[in-house]
Ligand binder design. Structure first.
Ligand SMILES: *Cc1c(COP(=O)(O)O)cnc(C)c1O
Length: 246
């Protein structure tokens, strides 16, 4: 194949093209001076299809921090996914593509006040928390937010553990946090967890969902009727592993 129009950001390739042959073509075209990035957009679409087939009741929200390349975000936007944003900059980037606020979750349980104020301005109301500090902050800056309590439930075998940074204990901390949320008259709508990135232990999801169920029941006793379970990340993204087991 020949890359003739370097202005085009997406190229439809035919025949025997591989990532490597594309890179070589770009280099040998002699008009690429800057560093460049090659991405197989078809792979994103394939994975989205697999996700919908395997987990039809789960609406995917793409974690922008994984790769915030514009082409990646635009393709996901076209596929109709939601977006998981961790900061003001990520919210702006996604909304700049025309994504509406109801397709975004501000999934950072420890938000700087200025970012929280920005979320309120943009109407990004769905957000996570895992501490009393965060609840007081939200009460002050965005009292109408719809809250998701993040619990900790770590997989044993993961590439990158996140539980050492995020998530409250489902038994020891969640009850008092939910009680505080109720006392502050805040709206709690769901529970979230993240077993850790690159999870190699499918049973971890079973454990986490079981723990989340307990939190749903605690919330119910406080008069909440939770309707959202955010099953986090950690799903295999490579070609070799399979999402089937999970
Ligand atoms: C990073 C992140 C994800 C995605 O995690 P992966 O391990 O990359 O799949 C999902 N939810 C939250 C809150 C995250 O921070």
């Amino acid at each position: 194949m020949k890359l003739t129009n370097m202005e085009e950001r997406i190229h439809i390739l035919h025949g025997q093209s591989t990532t490597w042959s594309v890179i070589k073509d770009i280099v040998s075209s002699n008009n690429q001076e800057d560093a460049f990035y090659v991405c197989d957009v078809g792979d994103i679409i394939r994975k989205h299809k697999i996700w919908k087939a395997m987990l039809p009741r789960v609406e995917p929200f793409y974690a922008v921090k994984c790769n915030d390349n514009l082409v990646v975000l635009e393709v996901l936007n076209a596929l109709g996914t939601g977006f998981d944003c961790a900061s003001k900059a990520e919210i702006n980037k996604v909304m700049g593509l025309g994504v509406s606020s109801d397709r975004i979750i501000f999934a950072n349980p420890a938000k700087p006040a200025s970012h929280l104020r920005h979320a309120a301005e943009m109407g990004v109301g769905l957000m996570t928390f895992d501490s009393d500090t965060e609840l007081h902050k939200i009460k002050k800056l965005y009292p109408d937010a719809r809250l998701v309590i993040r619990i900790r439930s770590d997989a044993v075998d993961v590439q990158c553990q996140l539980g050492n940074k995020f998530g409250c204990d489902a038994n020891l901390e969640a009850p008092s946090l939910l009680a505080l949320a109720a006392h502050l008259d805040l709206e709690v709508v769901g529970v979230s967890f993240h077993v850790g990135s690159g999870c190699r232990e499918p049973a971890a999801f079973n454990r986490a969902i079981r723990a989340a169920k307990g939190v749903f029941e605690q919330a119910q006793r406080l008069g909440y009727n939770l309707s959202l379970l955010d099953i986090g990340g950690g799903y295999p993204g490579g070609k070799a592993e399979s999402i089937q087991q999970i």
